[in-house]
Structure formats: C-alpha cells, structure tokens
Design a protein. Sequence first.
Lengths: 257, 584
Amino acid sequence: MRLVKRKISGTILLLFLWTLSFANKADQSIVFDSANAAYATGRYDTAIKLYESILEKNVESSELYYNLGNAYYKTNEIGLAILNYERAKKLNPSDEDLITNLKLANQRTEDKIEAAPELFITEWKNGIVNLLNETGWSVLCILLLCFSLILMITYIAAGNKKIKKTGFFGGLVFLLITVIIFFIAQHKYELTKYSADAIILSSSVTATGSPSEKGTKLFILHEGTKVTILQEETEWAEIRIANGNVGWIRSNSLKKI
Amino acid sequence: MLGQKLTLQVSKSKVTVGEPFQITVNLDARGSGLKIANINEFDVYQGPYNSMSTSLINGVLTQSHTLTYIIGAKKEGKVTLGPASMNSNGNTLQSNSVVIEVVKGKSSTTTQGSTAGASQNVTPPSDNIVDNIFVRTSVNKSHVYMGEVIDVTFKVYTRLEMQIRNFSKFPAYDGFFVQDIKDKTNGNQTTETINGVTYMVGEVYKTYAIPQHTGKLTIDPYEVECLVRQKSKRKPRDLYEMMTGGYEDVLYKLKSQPVNIEVKALPEEGKPADFTGAVGNYTYKAALSKEKVKANEALNLTLTISGKGNIKLIEPLKVNFPEDFETYDVKTNENISVTNNGISGSKTFDYLFIPRHEGDYKIDPVNFSYFDPAKREYVTLTSPAYTLHVDRGEEDAATVVGSSSRQSDLRVLGNDIRYIKTESGKLKEKESYFFGSALFYSCLISPILAFMTFILLRKRNLDQNKDAIAVKSRKATKMARKRLSLASQHLKSNNKELFYIEIFRSLYGYLSDKLNIPVSDLNKEFISEKLKNKQVSGNTIGQLMSTLDNCEYARYAPGAVSGDLQNIYNSTVDLITKIEDEVS
C-alpha cells in the first residue's frame, strides 16, 4: 500500500516537472514569436535582445541562431552574423536559406583568403560528414542497424531459400554500412563537440608570431573571418586561417562557434 | 647752387595695412631721377604726380619741384621709407628718411571726429581723403543656417565728389554659392550717418550668397577704383584756378574689410529623412497628366516647388514608381529671378514614365521637406498618392508579327538575405548531443537485444516443436500397435499365415484412412505415387513396398517366407510411425 502511494506521488512529481518544462518551452516560443515580430517591423535591436534572451536560458536551435544571425546582419554586425550562422550550421548543416545567407555575409567581410587546396578525398569526406548533424547521423545509424537485423531475421525465419539468401547477404551489407555510419556519426560528434573554429569579432586584429604584443607582426585579420584555434594560453590564442597561415591573436578578439 | 634741399614728407606715420596715404618729395630746384629707398615695401596706388612752380619774389627766384605718391603698406611692422635721392644740376641730393609704423586692424572705416559740415561742397583737406571715402561690405545677417540666403551689398561711403571707375576685384566667395542680381540698379543713392558724420552711400553691387558648409566663412575684401575730384595741391596756374581752387581728379583704390559669417548647421531635431537641403519658404504642387491610361502610353508626373530661398540648389525629388514602369530621366525646368527682393521663383520636375503592363498601380506620395529659417523648423509637404489604372494596351503590329512571345528576362531588383524562420524549431539544451548519450546507446543496443531475444525464442520454439513431433510419433506408434493388435495375437499364437494377412490388411486399412481412398481402389503403384506426392521419402516408400510384397507372397506361399515374425511386426510398426511423421 505504501509502495503504491510512493509510486503515485513519484508520478505526480514527474508529471509536474514535465508540465513545468513544457511551460518554459512555451514561454520561449512566445519570446521567439515576439522577436520575429520585432524583426519583421525592422526593430532589429529589439529582436537581437529577445533572441539572445532565449539563448541565455541555455537552449539553442538552428532556427534561433539563424534568425539572430539575420538580425545582426541587418544591423551591419557582420562578425556576429557570421558567428550565429555558423552556430546554426553546426546544428543543421544542410539548410539552404542558411547557406545562402552565410555566403552573403561572408561576401561582406574584408578578408579574402584563398583556402589551401585539399585532397579530393578529404573534400569528399568533409562533404559527406557535413550532410547531416550528429543527431542525424546517429539516428540514421540506429535505423540502419534495425534494418540489417530485420534482414537477418528474415534469413533465419524464411522457408524459401531465395529469400533466405537475400536476407543473409543484405543483412551483412547493411550491418557493414551501419558500422561505417557509426564512425561517421562519431566523427561528426567530435567535430561538433570539440570544434576549434572561431570567428573574428574585432574590426581589425594583427596576428603576431608569438603570444605577446612584441611578437613579429604577421598578418591582419578583419571582422567576420573564420579561424581555427590550435592552442590557447592566457589571453592569447594560436590560430590558423584557411590558407594555412598560423599566428597568435588575443583571445578576446574572437569567439568560438 | 647753394641751399638746395630735398625733403620727404608723409601724410601719416602710423597706418594700417593697405591704407592709402600720401608721400611728398619736395625739392627747391628742378630735379630728375627720383629714387626712394624701400618704396617697394609699399604698393604704389597712384603717382608720381609732378608739380613744378617757379616764383620770383623780391628779385629772388624760387623754384620748387614736388612729387606726390599715394601708397599703401603691404605688411605690418616698422618700415623706414627713404631716404629719397634726386639729381639736380649735376649733384645728387639726399633727403631725410621717415619711419612708418604699419599696424594691423581697421583701415579706412574709422571716421574722424570732424564735424566740419555735412555739405558736399566742403572740400576737405587732401590728407583726410581716406576718412572721407571708404568701401564697406554689408550683410543682412551674420549668423545664418546652412543654406540660408544672405544679402550681400557692397557700398561706397563718400563725402567727396567721386566717380566709380570699375570694380577691380570680385570677391571670391569661398564656401558660398553666389547669385548675382541680374539688373542691378546702380543709381541707388542714400545717405547714412556714421558717428555723426553723414555720408553719401552708393550701392556698387548686390549679390546673394548661400553658405555651402558650416563654420566660420569669410566674404573676402572687395576693391573699388574710384576717381575723386579734389583740390589741387599745387599752386594755382592762373587766375581761374586761383578763384576755383584748382581741382584735379585722383584715382584711388579702395578696399573693404573682410566680413565673417557664422554658419550654423541645420538642427538635427525633427529633421525629416527625405530632407535634402532646401532652406527657405516654399509651396509644393504635384500633378499627374492622366490617371487612366493604356499600357505603353507615356505619362507625366509634374512636381513644382515655388518660393523664396536656395531654390536653385534643390535637387530633383525621388519618386518611387512601381518597379514595372519604364522611367526616364527627370526633366528640370527653372524659372528663378534674382532681384532686389531676393531669390524667388519655381522649379519644375517632370517625370516621364511608361507603364508596360495593365493593372492597377499605386504611386506613393512624394514628400518635399525644407527648413524654414524664420520659424526655425522643418516643414514637410506631401503630394497626393495616385492610383493609376492601366488598361491593356493595343499591341503594335511589330510585336505581333515579330514574336509571338511576350516574355522578357526576369528583372533582378536586389540582393538580400533570406527571411527569418517563423518556426522556432526544436529547442534543445546547449552542449547536449544525441551521439554518445544513454538514449543513443540504448537505441543502438535494444534492437540487438531484440534480435537476440528473437533467436532465443525461436530456438526454444523449435525445441518445443521437436517435442511435438515426438509426441506425434508416439501417438502414431500407439495407433499402429492398435491397428496391429490382431497381428500381435497371431504373432503370439505363431500363426504365420494369419499374421501376414493381418499385417497386409492393417497396412491397407491404414493407408486407405490416411490417403482417404477406398480399400477397393488401392494398389501398390497408386499408393507409391500418392505417398510421393505427400512428400514421403523414397526410402520409406521402398520399405513399405517390400513389406507389402512380403505379405502378399507369404499369403500365397506361407512356407516360403522366412524371417522372424517379431521383426516384421516391429518394422511394420516403425513403418506406420514413419509414414505418419512424414506425411504432410
């Protein structure tokens, strides 16, 4: 009897927490809608404040970053626009609107850096890995596993020899694909989680040869340029730009994607 | 000749830059080749004027030779003028030198305190020339807004009889847009009293200046050359001259003071977005030639701005025609008159456009904003919004014949980022990833578990099925033993003949039941065929056939059949069980 009571109270608590989280989400979707309304009427500063207030709740979505990027773009904050587009791209790499806007924003940056040429295999690999986000790959992996197991079951259960054969080899092939997709998902996950990419937010910053102001001046970067962080020290970060050049800049002049 | 003396005199020893003053070199003999040291430190405005006189008084011959210059200092500081030198009768004479202090500051505008009659007829001493005639630049206001019109008048103040020869230098208006009055009325003469002295004032020139940028702007000095009739300094030549006083015309160069204008920026407060710099007082009118047209017909939108102010600088207004219209360059007509009353008139902008497609179009109102300096506020005037109805136009023959398609290239009007997403999507916690999460692994492992469970279940099921087969065959054996119960009795009584008959009969009865065929229709071939169809193995069928053969044989020749009856009985039971298992 006591056990039943405890169970019921536990369920009620869970239910309560669930409704609470639901209410919280509903609140944020109201904030999101009002931010969109502000954007639609051209009050971009208000829209930015509202979008940022949702992000402060420690939640994120591709659409949220995308809209915030748009608002920053409209207020000519190109660096912040690119940062948010890149963050949106991490969550949804294949959105066409996003790709278009990111391209437009990148056209407005000052630095034109020719990317160092890549092996076509690397390019293919990157292209494939960037087709889906880590959740997408993970779900695909699970679905493929289920499918290959179903094929295996048909192999075991079928009476007809033909179906048995198809089930066996099909099951094997799909199991192999599942393993490959698992590794892709893992790769994408690591890329996303341990991303070392960052966007320059200072309007102009000089990269030096060592982490100090006295270091040899190597090159100048401008707002909106994408860099890769190689290592970090106090207040300084070693970065690599797309053409392969490496230098040190102050950490506060960039923001990680 | 003894007693010859050369003297240098100046009318003023303290002068301002550019202020004209007189120097006189006097020699009491005839001389030539005058040289004055440092004279090139000064601008020589006039001279030298030679004047010579000879007089015989009490038997003494007195000669004098006077040379007069009007000069002005070039720069401030102390300048030593002279000594002058001159040749006379083979001697070179040297004069004294004079120190002239040149100061910066007001020049000719200072008036002397002299109250010696305002009458024109009074001939002042020549030294006072500078005080009696000067030029002034006057403006109607010195603190203005950018774009506000300033009246600039150049006046000559005089107490002498004079004549303006020419305006030697037009002021360069740095930072001003200048509009001259076309038909200037020169004869505008007034009188003005400054510090109690009355002057004749002549307007030389009037212009309108419009400041083009903010800050301190300067109207540069203005120079006038004039001819002043003044009393001759030299001794009268004849009786007439003695009576009238002897006049001569002297050319003077007069220079005005620069005038500073403080230009304020237009107030930012309340500045309309479409303000383009019109300052003054205007009215605004708009007219559309037609409101109902056919496609491909030209139309005119006329905007007229009229009033007073910097109208000349008003740029054509921007009209937002529907994108589909073909528009042409704006035609601007001006009708502006510059008179003593100011700059006024009208400016007309003609917008020619052609709607190419039928439909209802809206032409947005065109705003015209200007700053009214008198009220110190912006005024925005608006044209009405027009609705234009365009009917289907008559296709001209060329289009119809030339091409049947009316397609034209897509016009790209601009480039902008894509619009925001209106669905917020699924908000997830930051830094939370599906891959590697417990959910992910459980999703990955659960199908495998399900698979293994399936295999296990299937195996158990198979085992159970196997048991079912065993049960079935046990049943079949039981049934076979029952059917063969008579045969077993015969076996016990060792009645060979009856035993075989019974075996044979039992098998036939069993097969007849199993295959659902009457006993009368049964024969060996038929049985074998039927059993084959029922998937009974050939081995079993062969065994069955040989058993049946044995039984038939034993029925007709019991003695010839050898073998243990017990064995035959067992194998028959086995056979029935087998058939029972295999028949499907």
